[in-house]
Design a protein around this ligand. Structure first.
Ligand code: HEC
Length: 112
């Protein structure tokens, strides 16, 4: 009985991770991020643009003094510059969706 519970717990956690990846992929596509960025960790490769692969965040983002999430949110809203320039696209979606994208990218970046 114990092993069945363990297997079920495993199946549940892995399927949640896949579910999150699918949700993040949809958000990135719906908000046109995938027009400029590839996200190889999600298998999202729809552009030849030179914008960075969002599977790995740069030190400007991860090392931001107020934390990577604050950086991503402010950068996407063009309230913050990276190396003196603002992001190409101004965020037009909801705060909740931007929150999910920021959390998703940070989680993706934390994987080996
Ligand atoms: C018109 C093209 C374009 C679109 C659309 C776009 N980006 Fe970008 N983005 C860029 C470019 C170019 C850079 C690199 C700028 C730099 O490093 O200073 C960048 C940088 C970033 C960075 C910083 C990456 C790092 O590690 O430094 C993040 C995060 C990011 N974009 C997220 C997004 C998200 C989320 C979306 C969708 C809402 C999006 N971008 C849509 C062109 C785009």
């Amino acid at each position: 009985m114990k092993s069945i519970t363990l297997i079920m717990a495993f199946v549940l956690t892995t399927s949640t991770a896949f579910g999150d990846d699918a949700a993040l992929t949809t958000l990135l596509k719906d908000n046109k991020c995938s027009k400029c960025h590839v996200v190889k960790a999600l298998g999202l490769i729809e552009t030849k643009s030179k914008a960075p692969d969002l599977s790995h965040l740069s030190k400007e983002v991860t090392g931001y003094k107020k934390g990577p999430k604050k950086f991503i949110v402010a950068f996407l809203k063009k309230k913050l510059s990276k190396k003196g320039s603002k992001h190409k696209l101004a965020w037009k979606g909801s705060d909740a969706d931007l929150d999910l994208i920021a959390d998703g990218l940070i989680e993706l970046n934390s994987r080996k």
